[in-house]
Design a protein around this ligand. Sequence first.
Ligand code: NAP
Length: 481
Amino acid sequence: MKTLANFIDGQRKPPASGIYLDDVEPATGNLLARIPDSTAVDVNEAVAAAARAFPEWSGLPIAARAECLQRLAGLIQANALELARLESTDTGKPLQLALDVDMARAQANLQFFAGAMTHWTSTCHDMGPVGFNYTRREALGVVALITPWNLPLYLLTWKLAPALVTGNTVVAKPSELTPLTADALCELAREAGIPPGVFNLVHGSGNSCGQALVDHPDIRAISFTGGTTTGRRIATSVAPRLIKTSLELGGKNPALVFDDADLESTLPGLVRAGFTNQGQVCLCSSRLLVHESIHDQLVSRLADLVAALRVGDPTAGDTDQGALISRAHQRKVLSFIEHARDQGGQILCGGQAVQPPGRCNQGYFVAPTVITGLPADCRLHREEIFGPVVTVQGFADEDEAIALANAVDYGLSATVWTGQLRRAHRVAARLQTGIVWINNWLVRDLRTPFGGMKDSGLGREGGEWSLAFFTETKNVFVDGN
Ligand code: NAP
């Protein structure tokens, strides 16, 4: 079992408190590592190191910072299998998914922002004989990155790359539930030549370490991805300081399936959208809204496909569904299913915990579950479950489909499945979500704006939106005379 340390000023540092938290493997319930239970003392040290490193780092030519990111991307690629093993062990997700999605994307995040920054242009507003204005983009200073457990390295690098390439220095806090790949990234950052103090990492709990980071007066911006309750708490904490805050929060994403959809491609799409990473992706389509004329056929075929998903050891090559993140989360998901039973819902497949044979028989597994027949106002239609549970509701026409889709507090993403181009655009325009996929799910172009409306967040990430978030805009006027 490994004991982790913080990474401050390029050095490994134990927590000032001397206290450690347990990191548990979700697929087995075994202890994996001990991680620092960091407090404000450790956070202060990390922020001070980042502040010292800021002038030199922000003063480098853009190309030099971009080269550091490219080297880090290369090291992630070279160590992808080892990193994927760490990610799979720490999260419970299938190893192949960790390799194909998480590691591929971590590498792409760094490469993309290295390139994006070197192609970013500033604007000039010409006033003729009066003079002209040009716009500068300046780094902010020390920024805080706070990330969740479902896509640990994927989301950390999604924030780290634009933060660093624009010239900021960073203090990051990964989820206490999944510290391993963030910890490994520190060594790779050192090897990539990122100078001491530019990237610092503090481990610990949200309430202690995370809150201390949020409350630190020298933090110039906070980029947060996680739950809506935590996001709201962070927004409340920082409001008096008027610093930039990017909040990527929860979702309750609808999939609207019209009667003209091509079911041969729609059905596999719905399975992927509902159950990837055991339904623990903020973008997962957990609410299926289906035209009543195809409802019974679709639901029966969907249940067959979902029932065929193999739940088990994340290291096995044929596993489709790994473990949920923790015992507490498994209980929460099962309690939603219990509530569905109490409400008269029909469980078409799944509906129970799974104990795979062998080394994973104490793991936190839940069978992928499809539920119909719930009352319209049921909690399962409105609250984020964040597990392998999909509910189905019928609709009579387009207006009803849109009304159901928009009848939640969240507004992150939606999918629309239809063979009619005009309908697709019409519906997309009326959906209250930051992202709409038509006849697909989770196809990402890193240049596009990513983020949610309503309780799903504030701000957008991706391409120029991330570069703008991590910089301050300054207009300079030059007199023409
Ligand atoms: P969470 O409980 O909100 O935690 C997210 C991060 O915030 C963790 O590092 C957590 O630390 C930390 N934290 C908790 N309390 C804090 C505080 N008071 N101050 C500062 N930091 C604090 O979310 P989660 O359970 O890890 O992640 C699942 C949620 O994330 C879901 O709602 C999901 O939809 C959302 N999510 C959204 C997106 C998106 O792009 N919109 C992407 C992925 C996930 P500890 O873990 O150590 O407590």
